[in-house]
Ligand binder design. Structure first.
Ligand code: NAD
Ligand code: ADE
Length: 423
């Protein structure tokens, strides 16, 4: 462990050893990122680049930070959620990797923003966000720092939605790569990653038996599809609520019952929201929840469960287990909220397993390199991860998994591109 002179604010630097081992454990499942790190260490494409990152501070994120540092970047990192920090990992990044980390699990809102501002104070030339809080703070309160910034990346659906809104209002000040939209990101991270880790969070928090329970999933996007599939796999009778008719139809043809949240409210034992929207379990649904219903959220912000209304209906609230709060309603019912309505997979479990974050963070690392090499030609818009990088990651992951795929023959390529051949 080196003597610490770099700026940081972590819960307990003494946990660095445990964090280091956890980071190494995750690394075993992150071979694609490891390949990039090896190349970055030789080529140093990010030499001197100041990166400000606002991500979930997990063992997987630590592997990304080490990769960027191997490429020559100077990094300051804060949390993208007040409950998602792994304190031992935060300590290890400071103690063993000389990375400035400002993150404590359970930090309050003021500390969360103090930490974001500590990262901004390092005058980042590149921002890396998960949910666009760093970008929003920079564009609203720290505009004097915008001139330093060459580009940025965004990890999640909600962040990309917000950045697109900024771009269409003409207020986005620099180009941002939408990592979320890479196929090797949302196909796997949002679906299989959240599908597994959201269930993991619910089970670690509650020790609930899912078999035979009625579970309601709100949102049948990438995240909702994964969660619904895994709930069904664990034996839960699974209902899906949607607002999009195509996705609702898809859920129906995937074999789920589809109905409104108002109808599902009185039937569910467990609710998981995954919409990126606000008050999805709102007044009407809260009025109908059955006694003992458990509600949790897997969408980015803690806006999906109307906690203000729930609080106004309650005569009291007690913590039954860590991250399990039971609200006692004046009409005699009890409603159980997990992780204060924040991302249940990161607050109550460890987030996605490293094998899936391998691809998400390979996209992050290659997108940073792309922005450094090509950024000058980009406008202040939201850009996709270039297709060739996405495909490179897919092939590298298949390779690491020892899976081979076929290649078209010349004859097949010609056939596939022609229109004249018929019956
Ligand atoms: P998506 O756009 O693919 O899916 C969201 C779905 O919710 C859409 O089908 C939409 O029609 C539906 N929806 C919107 N409002 C609704 C409402 N009131 N009721 C029912 N359905 C509604 O997005 P996604 O990639 O699935 O992401 C969903 C959320 O999860 C986002 O906030 C995203 O940032 C977050 N996310 C979380 C994690 C995690 O680790 N927990 C990982 C990836 C994404
Ligand atoms: N988002 C979801 N799971 C994650 C993880 N394990 N690390 C960082 N960000 C995440």
């Amino acid at each position: 462990m080196t003597t610490k002179t770099i700026e940081h604010d972590v819960s307990d630097i003494g946990q660095a050893g445990a964090g280091e081992r956890r980071i190494q454990w995750a690394a075993r499942e992150m071979p694609v990122l490891a390949g990039i790190r090896e190349r970055f260490a030789k080529e140093r494409p990010l030499t001197g680049l100041r990166i400000g990152a606002c991500l979930h501070v997990t063992a997987e994120t630590a592997n990304l930070m080490q990769t960027l540092a191997a490429g020559g970047a100077d990094i300051a990192l804060c949390a993208s959620n007040p409950l998602s920090t792994q304190d031992d990992v935060a300590a290890s990044l400071v103690a063993n990797d000389d990375i400035s980390v400002f993150a404590r699990k359970g930090e309050d809102r003021d500390t969360y923003y103090t930490h974001i501002n500590a990262v901004l104070a390092t005058k980042p030339q590149l921002t890396m966000d998960d949910g666009a809080d760093l970008v929003t703070e920079l564009h609203t309160k720290r505009r004097e720092l915008l001139a330093n910034v060459k580009g940025g990346t965004e990890e999640t659906t909600t962040g990309v939605t917000r950045l697109r809104a900024m771009a269409s209002e003409g207020v986005l000040a620099y180009p941002i790569v939408a990592v979320n939209d890479a196929l090797t990101k949302h196909f796997f991270d949002n679906r299989y990653g959240t599908g597994q880790s959201a269930i993991d969070g619910v089970l670690r928090a509650t020790n609930l038996l899912l078999a035979g329970k009625t579970a309601v999933v709100a949102g049948y996007g990438w995240v909702g599809r994964g969660i619904a599939a895994r709930l069904r796999g664990m034996g839960a009778i699974t209902i899906v609520c949607e607002v999009d008719p195509f996705r609702a139809l898809e859920a129906a043809m995937d074999g789920f019952e589809v109905t409104t949240i108002a109808d599902a409210a009185s039937r569910g034992d467990l609710f998981i929201t995954a919409t990126g929207n606000v008050n999805v379990i709102g007044k009407e649904a809260l009025a109908k929840l059955k006694d003992g219903a458990i509600v949790a959220n897997a969408g980015h912000f803690n806006d999906e469960i109307d906690l203000a209304t729930l609080t106004s209906l309650a005569s009291g609230c007690r913590e039954l287990r860590p991250l399990v709060n039971e609200y006692r309603l004046r009409d005699g019912r009890h409603v159980v909220v997990l992780a204060d309505g924040r991302l249940v997979n990161l607050a109550a479990a460890e987030g996605h397993p490293p094998a899936v974050m391998d691809m998400s963070f390979a996209n992050q690392a290659l997108s940073v390199e792309y922005l450094i090499k090509q950024g000058r030609d980009l406008q202040a818009q939201v850009y996709p991860v270039p297709r060739e990088l996405d495909e490179h990651i897919a092939r590298a992951k298949l390779d690491a998994m020892n899976m081979k795929i076929d290649q078209m023959t010349e004859e097949q390529r010609t056939y596939a591109n022609s229109w004249k051949a018929g019956t």
